[in-house]
Design a protein around this ligand. Structure first.
Ligand code: NDP
Ligand code: MG
Length: 380
């Protein structure tokens, strides 16, 4: 079992819940990294006394250094700092919980040091999944998913020795705050509407992705990469209650599902304790109290992001990186209230028109990412 962790994105939603789990399991924290939330990082450093604290933002790092002058935590900044936090010798597990593809190079650094990766940062697998999984195999680093759907699949696959036995993965999707909306209503939704997720409390970027259903598109690609399956074997359905976290259908017709209350501390904890399980403060699942469970198809017409993400997976190569980067840039603009709901999918679609490089290396992935972001900035 994990004894010492480093957390990339410690001040965020997953990062804070990881610290709750660390408290419970008595884990030590070697390094913590974030972008610019100095207040929260200072509090976390005072409580956990990590060896290293990193702020991506240079000014924030300077400020943190001043504030932590009285304790023994080294402060670093920028991408190099993030890479240092990811590779620190003392940690056996690195929790990748930054938001966005900025997590890619630190994740590769952690893999290079054979750390267990508790992977929440799905954008990394979306834009460079083949590269990341290839490196993990080459270095012998374990990747344990934290994303609830992928953790569910991971659990359903315990004991499955031959991937050929998998007929398909079925990811469940809450449908987000706009379930059932038609195009006309969707065209007028605001940032505040999008941030009202029915079942989960998460960071702003992923919450908007849940509203556009891009999150499920990203998760389809994440599942393809984690389990080395083609798009035809990864599907998704709406399940409003978020009780069934995902399912695996096997070649003999058996379907395994993992159920539980919607509480991210469960998959985070399993990524630490696997192959063991430990008690959890999460509420027990009350099957009678949760009422009926229902399943519906995804509306791909009115939620084009889901369709576009799958198309990028079909196109392969740098298409996923371009799709993901355009989405990150467009969601940032949506959160600044500069663009509307359908501008996000328009931006993604435009970025996917770029020429695709198959079997890209890291530089080519980063270039595709950069080009897509530039395109989106020019579009609006
Ligand atoms: P939050 O926005 O709550 O937190 C993001 C964290 O990353 C913060 O610590 C933030 O620092 C840091 N960060 C953001 N940008 C940068 C950057 N450029 N460099 C370094 N650090 C950065 O996000 P979530 O915790 O919700 O999500 C994190 C990841 O986990 C995402 O990839 C998301 O898709 C995935 N995930 C989240 C789930 C959830 O329930 N929240 C569920 C499944 C997956 P600061 O606070 O300083 O800005
Ligand atoms: Mg998820």
């Amino acid at each position: 079992m994990t004894k010492t962790i480093s957390i990339l994105g410690s001040t965020g939603s997953i990062g804070r819940q990881t610290l709750d789990v660390a408290d419970l399991l008595g884990l030590r924290v070697a390094a913590m990294a974030a972008d610019r939330n100095v207040d929260r990082m200072e509090d976390q450093c005072r409580k956990y006394r990590p060896q290293l604290a990193v702020m991506m933002n240079e000014q924030a790092a300077q400020e943190l250094k001043v504030r932590l002058a009285d304790i023994n935590t080294k402060v670093a900044s920028g991408l190099n700092g993030l890479m240092e936090a990811a590779s620190l010798q003392e940690a056996d597990t690195v929790v990748t919980a930054v938001s966005g593809m900025v997590g890619l190079r630190p994740t590769l650094a952690a893999i290079g040091e054979k750390k267990r990766i508790a992977l929440a940062n799905k954008e990394t697998l979306v834009c460079a999944g083949e590269l990341v999984m290839g490196e993990a195999r080459r270095c012998g680093a374990e990747i344990i998913p934290v994303d609830s759907e992928h953790s569910a699949i991971f659990q359903c696959l315990i004991g499955c020795k031959d991937r050929a036995e998998i007929k398909r993965l079925i990811l469940t999707c809450s449908g987000g705050p706009f379930f059932g909306f038609d195009r006309e209503r969707l065209a007028c939704v605001t940032k505040a509407d999008a941030l009202r997720h029915p079942n989960w409390k998460m960071g702003q970027k992923i919450t908007v992705d849940c509203a556009t259903l891009m999150n499920k598109g990203l998760e389809v690609i994440e599942a393809m990469r984690l389990y080395d399956l083609p798009l035809s074997k990864v599907t998704a359905i709406i399940h409003r209650q978020s009780v069934v976290h995902s399912l695996v259908e096997f070649c003999d017709g058996a379907v395994m599902a993992q159920l539980g209350v919607p509480d991210m501390r469960l998959p985070i904890q399993l990524a630490m304790t696997y192959p063991e399980r430990k008690g959890s403060p999460a509420a027990a699942l009350d099957l009678i109290g949760c009422g009926s469970l229902d399943f519906k198809p995804i509306d791909e017409e009115n939620f084009p992001c889901f369709r576009l993400a799958k198309k990028s997976a079909e196109m392969g190569g740098t298409a996923c990186a371009a799709m993901n980067a355009a989405n990150e840039a467009a969601v940032a603009l949506f959160l600044q209230e500069k663009i509307g709901f359908y501008d996000i999918s328009d931006a993604v679609q435009a970025a996917m028109e770029a020429p695709v490089i198959l079997n890209p290396n890291l530089e080519q992935i980063l270039e595709a990412d950069h080009a897509a972001r530039e395109l989106v900035q020019k579009m609006f």
